[in-house]
Design a protein around this ligand. Structure first.
Ligand SMILES: Nc1ncnc2c1ncn2[C@@H]1O[C@H](COP(=O)(O)OP(=O)(O)OP(=O)(O)O)[C@@H](O)[C@H]1O
Ligand SMILES: [Mg+2]
Length: 505
């Protein structure tokens, strides 16, 4: 029995596929398993792959770039259950070994969607239900040495299995906490686990998003390529699932065309670009340097991205200027949940070690950080510039390698994960992707900005004698040399003595 027979047979999956709205999926499955196609199915194949002829041998890798509610997760589950129950993989397994059908999604909650579909498909058919040996919330063991289990998008958790099928769901929306490209890393970790299993399948499904990441790469390399063993199937929601009303899609398109174009029409967004490449950021990282201890004679600056402690992290970064470079000295991230007052107290301890008594911070945090830091004798000033502006100023430092970053995978992942939304987008500016975070990146960009801000010394330091501040600030270059954050030695010499700076108490 092939998979289309199983879909057409009421004794197997037939009850789920009675309506004609599933025909495009039949065309996809015929292409994947190299089964005969009707002329109508061939036309759908040609429309969704931009290829002329389907492969004559079953494919081992396919990418489904399909609109929301198109049926991706359900069909992945059908393939998983079919491969688990209608194929015998035992000849490829060692004694006592189990073969795994791995479902990978951004988080456990999402991967359970496919898991629930698998469970439903198995239990709806007595013949298949009998194959279940045991089950937990996140895995089903079958009597034929197959385990269907869910994983989150981490390359560590996906290593070391014998995999007969890997089903990666919504991978355009995976955001690694400490990884810049979790999709590629997971695929690289999974592929060797499939190498010893002939006929093992890698299926990656997602509605498209920005023109970056593994889905975009696969689309670029394999879409519309006749004879390519990797299949890319791109289709809008209604091509795959005609039961979704056109009026609903029209409403979304009217509200936010760029977003709805990706979600429902399966078009990669052209209004969202990556902000900075991984190569550029990594070139600025000092390997193995997690934190730089405070040194005497250096004026440190700090920037905070506060959080109330329920959903976002509270991040703080300390930086200083050294010649033409900005040096990141310390980064702290307190992850939720936490009590904001306790977080502030902890961060103040760090500030004290760097003799920082006045900091800048995100302007959207409201008044409470001002009061919370003031209780510890630290002045908190809301940044004059919005986050987007801080990132725009930060980019030349990264591109020219004039910032020494710390070796923090989280910082690198957050910087690389930033997106630039162009004027055509509803979210203009630079920000993290939906579902991702940028607290650490924001604090670091802010710390760099105030470290090089020629006026910033006014908040921490005051002249005790010498010329008046306005005269001095006119002489200050944007990027000072040597020790002093704002003045070159030469300029300091030019200003008549006695001149000395001392930190505000
Ligand atoms: N071609 C179809 N005909 C009829 N119903 C369908 C079809 N495709 C999907 N459905 C139904 O639509 C619902 C959504 O399916 P599924 O979860 O597989 O979609 P999805 O593409 O993964 O959606 P999302 O983008 O929201 O994750 C399910 O109830 C499924 O049975
Ligand atoms: Mg889905």
């Amino acid at each position: 029995m092939n998979i289309i027979d199983a879909m057409n047979d009421d004794a197997v999956f037939g009850r789920h596929f009675r309506t004609i709205t599933w025909d495009a999926w039949r065309a996809f499955l015929a292409a994947l398993f190299a089964l005969p196609m009707t002329p109508e199915q061939l036309a759908i194949f040609q429309k969704c792959t931009n290829r002329n002829t389907p492969s004559t041998t079953p494919l081992q890798e396919a990418w489904l770039c399909i609109g929301r509610r198109g049926g991706k997760s359900f069909v992945l589950a059908v393939i998983a259950v079919f491969l688990a129950c209608f194929r015998d993989w035992r000849e490829y397994l060692g004694p006592g070994e189990r073969a795994t059908i791995m479902i990978v999604a951004a988080d456990r909650r999402q991967s359970r969607v496919i898991m629930r579909y698998c469970r439903g498909l198995l239990k709806a058919v007595p013949m298949l239900a009998r194959v279940i040996e045991s089950e937990t919330r996140e895995s089903i063991d079958l009597k034929n040495n197959i385990t269907i289990e869910v994983h989150t998008a981490s390359f560590r958790s996906t290593r070391g299995y014998s995999i007969v099928a890997a089903l990666l769901d919504e991978l355009a929306f995976w955001h690694g906490e400490e990884s810049t490209d979790p999709d590629t890393e997971v695929i690289n970790a999974i592929k060797p686990s499939m190498a010893t299993i002939p006929g093992a399948m890698l299926l990656c499904a997602s509605s498209p998003y920005a023109r970056r990441g593994a889905l975009w790469d696969a689309h670029r390399k394999h879409f519309a390529k006749d004879g390519d063993p990797v299949l890319v199937w791109q289709a809008d929601t209604r091509t795959m699932n005609g039961s979704v009303p056109q009026s609903l899609i029209d409403r979304h398109l009217a509200d936010d065309p760029a977003r709805a174009g990706a979600e429902w029409l399966a078009l990669f967004r052209t209004d969202v670009e990556g902000f900075v490449s991984r190569e550029v950021v990594e070139a600025c990282v000092t390997p193995f340097e997690r934190e730089r201890p405070p040194l005497p004679g250096i004026f440190y600056r700090a920037f905070a991205d506060p959080s109330g402690g329920s959903s976002d992290s509270f991040a703080l970064a300390v930086a200083h200027v050294d010649g033409e470079r900005v040096v990141l000295d310390a980064v702290r991230e307190i992850r939720p949940p936490f009590a904001p007052t306790v977080a502030v107290a902890e961060l103040v301890q760090l500030l004290k070690t760097y003799h920082v008594s006045s900091i800048s911070g995100d302007r959207y945090a409201g008044e409470w950080p001002v009061e919370a830091f003031a209780k510890h004798g630290v002045r908190y000033e809301a940044a004059a510039k919005p986050k987007s502006a801080l990132y725009i100023e930060f980019l030349p430092l990264l591109n020219s390698g004039r910032i020494d970053l710390l070796d923090s995978p989280r910082l690198v992942a957050q910087l690389v994960g930033l997106e630039r939304h162009t004027a055509r987008s509803s979210r203009e500016g630079i920000d993290h992707a939906v579902g991702a975070h940028d607290d650490v990146a924001n604090a670091v960009a802010g710390a760099a900005a105030i470290a090089i801000d020629k006026y910033s010394y006014r908040s921490d330091y005051q002249w005790v004698s010498g010329p008046d501040t306005d005269v001095v600030t006119d002489l200050v270059p944007p990027l000072p040399k040597r020790r002093h954050p704002n003045l070159t030695d030469e300029q300091l010499d030019r200003i008549s003595a006695p001149v000395s700076l001392r930190p505000c108490s």
